[in-house]
Design a protein around this ligand. Structure first.
Ligand code: UDX
Length: 431
């Protein structure tokens, strides 16, 4: 059992903290947002993630998970401190590391004995060096410390499972002591441990996310060729995926990726490459294709409806992917804006993300269920592949609509079945 401090109780921090507590550690989660700490102390969680509320509750009650609004509390009592604060993109795509610097300074100023400071937030390569320099400059006492990198690979919606069953654990360290502590912390979790230097660990995270984003853009580009040639991208992806060198995952064509990681990490990786004197054009193309898919979806809607002006379009799904209420860089935002620019009228439904969507898009209509959204609609656009959209009564929906048109941006419905029900159905990269 180790005493672990988590600085930054956002998505990554809270999941990490709760999971560390679950595997037996004594965890203190810190956030400078007092409101967030109040919610957490009151037994709630500030965002939706399946299973997290229960996990937090269980470990709070067991006394293994506590909260505080002061970084100093963590530095005073925890030997290991994970930095999990946000690294949002700046105007040009570069990561804003000011929160990391602030936390590193605070840790340095309060350290009175050995501390292991671990960067968990996704950061550009060489951030570990910067943290070290900040600590060197700001520490008040001559205490020993280590800096390490331990990137997270959690997916929203399955974060707890991903934490408990990772494909690998990456630890970037500069001392035996740091390596030993991190290995011990992760001991209950069965996964290969990749031990390397800090720079390599930092790059593993950016390169992995960029590679996955590249897979998605690749299959999306292939989907355009499929559609124009009479092939079916779903079958093409299946056929490719059986090759173990390629793998089946992340070959789902559609309207592209969103979320808090891929878009941000891609542009941050392009920026850091640029700083190091390399134009990562391959990744710039990945971004471009991703953006094009959203335009293509709108273009297809226009082809289906002839004119978009004054047409009612029911949008099924708003979150960037199913099982989350996260709207960050969600394709739905661009798609809805483009459709509205052409004069279309939107009625949207999402099982979880409508509250957050209202803050970003206050002046579209939000329906209480998919049937209400589809009533008198000229077309349905499926933007997020929530399970429940596969189980709807489409016969009823067809009867509610003005014209029975479905544009399935995630290829989640069966084209044959939809056509049998009387729909004009289009997917992405298939007939
Ligand atoms: C991702 C990484 O998977 C995770 O390892 C990292 O820590 C954070 O970023 P997340 O953003 O939660 O996780 O979602 P993920 O399930 O990876 O999906 C990202 C986006 O890609 C979604 O918008 C999804 O719809 C899209 N996607 C994914 C596709 O369009 N096609 C696919 O085949 C897979």
């Amino acid at each position: 059992m180790r005493k672990i401090g988590i600085i930054g109780s956002g998505y990554v921090g809270l999941v990490t903290g709760a999971c560390f507590a679950e595997i037996g550690h004594d965890v203190l989660c810190v956030d400078n947002d007092e409101r967030k700490i109040k919610i957490l102390e009151g037994g709630g969680i500030p965002f939706y993630e399946p299973g997290l509320e229960e996990l937090v509750k269980k470990n709070r009650e067991a006394g293994r998970l506590r909260f505080s609004a002061r970084t100093k509390d963590a530095v005073d009592t925890c030997e290991v401190i994970f930095i999990c604060v946000g690294t949002p993109p700046k105007e040009g795509g570069e990561a804003d590391l000011s929160a990391i610097e602030r936390v590193a300074s605070e840790i340095a100023e309060n350290m009175t004995e050995y501390r292991l400071i671990v960067e968990k937030s996704t950061v550009p390569v060489q951030t570990g060096r910067r943290i070290k320099r900040t600590i060197e400059l700001r520490k008040k006492k001559n205490v020993e410390y280590d800096v390490a990198s331990n990137p997270e690979f959690l997916r929203e919606g399955s974060a707890i499972y991903d934490f408990m069953h990772p494909d690998r654990i990456v630890i970037g360290v500069e001392s035996e002591r740091a390596a030993r502590i991190l290995r011990e912390i992760y001991e209950p979790i069965k996964a290969p441990i990749i031990e390397t230097n800090i720079e390599s660990a930092e790059i593993i995270k950016h390169a992995s996310n960029s590679f996955l984003a590249m897979k998605i853009s690749f299959i999306n580009a292939v989907s355009i060729i499929c559609e124009r040639s009479g092939a079916d991208v779903m079958k093409v992806a299946e056929g490719m995926g059986y090759d173990r060198r390629i793998g089946k995952e992340f070959l789902r064509a559609g309207i592209g990726f969103g979320g808090s990681c891929f878009p941000k990490d891609l542009s941050a990786f392009i920026k850091i490459a640029e700083k190091l004197g390399y134009e990562f054009n391959l990744l710039k193309e990945v971004e471009k294709i991703n953006q094009e898919m959203r335009h293509l979806f709108v273009k297809k809607m226009e082809d289906l409806l002839w004119n978009l002006k004054e047409k009612k379009i029911a949008i099924f799904g708003l979150s960037f992917k199913p099982n989350t209420d996260d709207m960050r860089s969600a394709p739905s935002i661009d798609i809805i804006n483009l459709l509205r620019k052409e004069g279309a009228y939107i009625s949207a439904y999402d099982p979880r993300a409508m509250e957050k969507a209202k803050e970003i898009m206050p002046d579209i209509e939000y329906a209480k269920d998919p049937y209400e959204a589809a009533t008198d609609a000229d077309a349905i656009g499926i933007v997020t592949e929530w399970d429940e959209f596969g189980k709807l009564d489409y016969k009823r929906i067809r009867n509610l609509m003005r014209t029975p048109i479905i544009l399935d941006g995630r290829n989640m419905l069966d084209p044959e079945e939809m056509r049998k029900l009387g729909f004009i159905y289009r997917g992405m990269g298939r007939g």
